[in-house]
Design a binder for this molecule. Sequence first.
Ligand code: SAH
Length: 456
Amino acid sequence: MSKKKAPVVKNQEFEGPVIDLTYDGNGVVKYEDFPVFVTNAVPGETVRVGITKVTSNYAFGRVVKRLVESPDRNPAIKGNTVISGVAPLAHLTYEAQLKHKQKQVADVLQKQHIKAEVAPTIGMDQPVGYRNKAQIPTRLINGELTTGFYRRGSHRLVPMEDFYIQDPAIDAAIVTVRDILRKYHIEPYDETAHKGIVRTIMVRRGYYSHEMMIVLVTRAKKLPLAPMIINDIHEALPEVVSIVQNVNQEKTNVIMGTQNKVLFGQGTIKDQLLGKTFAIGPNSFYQVNPQMTEVVYQLAAQKADLQPDDVVIDAYSGIGTIALSIADQVKEVLGVEIVPGAISDAKRNADLNGIKNVSFTLNNAEDQMVAWQAEGLQPDVIFVDPPRKGLTNEFITAATQMTPERIVYISCNPATLARDAVQLMEAGYHIKGNVQPIDQFPQTTHVETVTVFEKA
Ligand code: SAH
């Protein structure tokens, strides 16, 4: 088979209309029939494109000149916000972002031939400054420890102080900690040489509690001048109730290591969701947009049509937030989760809230579903909230063989939701009502949905 030849070459320029937006926020401009993915180009615009990279099936480009501007462009956004990868959709108006997310869900479902109505995306009133967690890399730039964010698709640090989507109190804390590290000449991480001390500054802040945790992720086991650094952070940031050193000695893109040393205060911070209190450790998954998480959980619980005698499974339970927020509406909830720290947080959270009808099992969710099925467990409702890769065949087989009335699927990846939906439907379940996208991650390309599968 002869290899197709691309009709464009690098550095070539041409003009055309932007006809679509890809899932990762690039505008699509066609050269004849050949698709070119263009950064910072919005459907409805006409642009002069400069080709930056060519493959046999498509090319990438940049906007050399914007000839016609789209009404969907957010005129307030310039420069670093779009290129940094922090807010890759910020160049679209919020309304256009919400429509884009709805369309994306509809498109992937259609590709799998699933007929389901996709509701308009539920958005935030204030879609900025919402993130309760920051993981900010540190690098040496112009001889100084610098904080910022990676340029899209690379590991080149773009210096930044305003991260736009993060809680402004967190942005301010990052700058404060950066300046303290500069003051004590703490070496930032050098990725190429695998040298230096501090790799990442992680900050989490409770939305309701305002309790703050600072985690310094270090390559080295020892953090030089730790007592001084701790003292300065404590003095400068009165909200800080926990300072943790997390050691990650590996040559890896994984941000956090497994070893934590509590340097100051407690090992967790507390926050509230739907009136329940949660203690959150440094390694535990905790939803980054607490306001919208409450919307997701409420909607999921409502769609689940929970009854007082229901036995419910919360698969991928994290620190137990779903299980504990629905516990008082049902007879019993069984959670399963793979991260040991999250399971211990979940158990503690049950105690903190005086909730007795929940239990949490440390296991791979797939294996635990098979084990529960073998034990003859008959849940009425199963909540699933898997990571981006979605469910596995084993999980779906075990879950559907337990014949729950409903499976409530909270998904952070429409593509795997659509794939899993095909299997759930083959196993005798159908989509009840519509698929509901909820904007948990404004200004970014991430899409969250709630879908209920009901036994036919
Ligand atoms: N429901 C929780 C967590 C959802 S995030 C919440 O709303 O906060 C997905 C969770 O799945 C994470 O806590 C992650 O640690 C966990 N996880 C990832 N792979 C898993 C697996 N194979 N089995 C069980 N849990 C898993």
